[in-house]
Ligand binder design. Structure first.
Ligand code: SAM
Length: 250
């Protein structure tokens, strides 16, 4: 069965993802802090560290949500090097509610002119070929229905010499015992936090399921290779809770 030009199962996933992030947008930043015990801040800083922002760089941050990666890119975090005030970031997300929260944050921080907020789909980027120096996607790719299409699009819009970086949860931790504890924490606590703080347990149950269904780091790396990326590598963070994947368009 088909819905528009998508099979029904895919359309269902896309609609579900949309509803989840529309529902949690206002509480999204708080929830990230609570559920990861603040660790998401370190993971995101590591991503910026790998990106090594430089003046004049144009970054496309896909599934950019409320702008966490974009703000870190522009300002630098802690002792990390910032983009020297001359960087430019395009934040693309499929969900207007998430982008709306991000825009308000930018206004509060007084950032003008160096950010574009774009509503669009990672699978069909509304950008010409070879336009950006770097592409990041943090905790976004597992929500995309057709990951291969998103990777091909990332490759298309990057300039030659451009850097692709993806931060994503891993389905399993490196140590089996820790993995079992982590699975218990995820099943028991994450939907409960979702209920308490966002009045929405099902969205957070979806979050746990989507992490378990995501390919392991080596499988994902092979997918990036098929999309055309070279010099692929990945780095596990926090015992394999998540990984930063790096690739180049050469
Ligand atoms: N990158 C942000 C961060 O790390 O805080 C937000 C991550 S949030 C878990 C996932 C985001 O992916 C949501 O804002 C959602 O709207 C977006 N998203 C889901 N499917 C998408 C798609 N096909 N194209 C673009 N964005 C998408």
């Amino acid at each position: 069965a088909w819905f528009g030009n998508q099979p029904v199962a895919e359309a269902d996933k896309a609609r579900r993802v949309h509803d989840v992030f529309k529902s949690v947008a206002g509480r999204y930043d708080l929830m990230n802090d609570v559920m990861s015990g603040g660790l998401h801040r370190l993971w995101k800083s590591s991503l910026i560290d790998s990106l090594n922002p430089r003046a004049g760089m144009h970054l496309l941050d896909v599934a950019g949500g409320t702008g966490d990666i974009a703000f870190r890119f522009l300002k630098g975090a802690g002792d990390l090097k910032g983009a020297g005030g001359q960087g430019h970031v395009t934040i693309l997300d499929i969900n207007d509610a998430m982008l709306g929260v991000g825009r308000q944050r930018a206004e509060k921080l007084g950032i003008k002119g160096r950010m574009d907020w774009l509503c669009g789909d990672a699978q069909h980027l509304p950008l010409p070929d070879q336009t950006v120096d770097a592409y990041t996607i943090a905790f976004g790719i597992r929500n995309v229905t057709r990951i291969d299409e998103a990777l091909s699009e990332a490759y298309r819009v990057l300039k030659y010499g451009g850097h692709f970086l993806c931060l994503e949860f891993c389905p399993h931790l490196a140590l089996p015992l820790l993995d079992r504890l982590y699975a218990r924490y995820s099943d028991a606590m994450i939907p409960r936090f979702g209920q308490w703080l966002a009045d929405d347990a099902p969205s957070y149950r979806y979050l746990v399921e989507s992490i378990r269904r995501f390919p392991d780091p080596l499988t994902f790396e092979a997918m990036c290779g098929r999309a055309g990326f070279s010099k692929l590598s990945h780095r596990l963070l926090s015992g394999g809770v998540c990984a930063i994947h790096s690739g180049w368009k050469l």
